[in-house]
Design a protein around this ligand. Structure first.
Ligand code: PHE
Length: 342
């Protein structure tokens, strides 16, 4: 039956083309079902063999089986090729181009204020001071009255305090920690109190309503102004380097007597005079003095027996100077461009 052989021939040509052109595994599977599936065209021929005359049956059967085997092989080959292509496409999509410049990992840095604060604390710890802390929300007694600054005292106005409800306020300096510490501990005392303080200043390059101080308090028997000078001089030498000198100028604070403001030799020009020290050769860094006896009375220390000194320095200002930063507002702006420089 020539009809069968022709049909096989035709089917073979058709199948070879279809398989070769299959563009996806899904399409290939479709062709496989069409040809070799239960109702496939090749399957149908094999099925019909019984109707072929006995004389032709061996040949038709042989051809049909060969076609079936060839198609099976071609399908396998095409499947392997398509799978390989698919893998290669996926690999190309996720490929790493090793010639591209690398991405620098984002590392955090210590805030310059914290850096300065840690350094100041470290020096003072090494000199025998230990840490004391107090609340940022204070009352008038600790922030003013106990520090010899009664309600009618003009120094209160200078502090431009943020007042809260219920007689509370945001502490305008770290000196109230002196009071809290002495109320809770008998002398002798050797503490530093670092922390945030608040004043109603209009922000500009040198003023911020939030800034940072480190308070120092030393109380014992027979403490003199000489002890204060020596302590601060040693502190400055360790913080700013061995050629640092200090200058004490008479000043006034209600809670110290006598009081002084302390300048340190300009860290930039070493007293020759420069833009930073405005030609003076000196930079103001802190206020200090001998603890006023009325402060000892307020906390229940015997002012006849105990003497002491206190000092308070602005960390923001020192940090601005050390790093030549020209705007104090940068400290609170969380600008990563600025912060990542430290
Ligand atoms: N508390 C003072 C201020 O904020 C600084 C100071 C502290 C002065 C301790 C003397 C003694 O200006």
């Amino acid at each position: 039956m020539a009809g069968y052989l022709e049909k096989i021939e035709e089917l073979a040509g058709q199948a070879r083309q279809q398989i070769a052109r299959a563009v996806s595994l899904e399409q290939l599977e479709q062709w496989r079902l069409n040809l070799l599936g239960r109702k496939g065209q090749v399957t149908a021929i094999l099925h019909d063999l019984g109707q072929v005359s006995p004389g032709e049956r061996p040949l038709v059967g042989k051809q049909a089986n060969e076609l079936k085997n060839e198609i099976g092989r071609l399908l396998e080959e095409r499947r392997a090729a398509l799978e390989k292509e698919q893998l290669e496409r996926a690999a190309a999509r996720s490929a790493i181009d090793v010639t591209l410049p690398g991405l620098r990992p984002w590392t955090g840095s210590i805030h310059p204020l914290n850096r300065t604060l840690s350094r100041v604390n470290e020096v003072l710890y090494s000199m025998g001071f230990s840490l004391a802390e107090g609340p940022e929300i204070e009352d008038e007694f600790h922030n003013f009255d106990a520090l010899n600054t009664p309600a009618d005292h003009p120094a209160r106005d200078e502090h431009d305090t943020f007042f809260l409800e219920g007689g509370l306020l945001l502490r305008s300096h770290t000196s109230p920690v002196q009071i809290r510490h002495m109320q809770a501990n008998p002398p002798p005392v050797r503490i530093i109190a670092p922390g945030r303080v608040f004043r109603r200043d209009t922000p500009d390059a040198t003023h911020s309503p939030i800034f940072h101080q480190v308070e120092g308090l030393y109380v014992d028997e027979n403490v003199t102004f000489g002890d204060l000078k020596y302590t601060l001089e040693q502190f400055a030498l360790r913080l700013f380097g061995p050629d640092t000198t200090l200058r004490f100028r008479p000043s006034f604070f209600p809670f110290t007597e006598p009081s002084a403001e302390v300048d340190c030799s300009c860290i930039f020009c070493k007293r020759k005079g420069c833009r930073i020290c405005k030609g003076s050769g000196w930079l103001e860094i802190l206020g200090c003095g001998m603890v006023d006896p009325s402060v000892f009375e307020a906390v229940g220390y015997d002012p006849e027996r105990w003497t002491g000194f206190a000092f308070g320095m602005g960390i923001d200002r020192i940090c601005l100077l050390v790093h030549s930063i020209d705007d104090i507002r940068l400290f609170l702006e969380s600008d990563t461009g600025f912060l990542s420089q430290f």
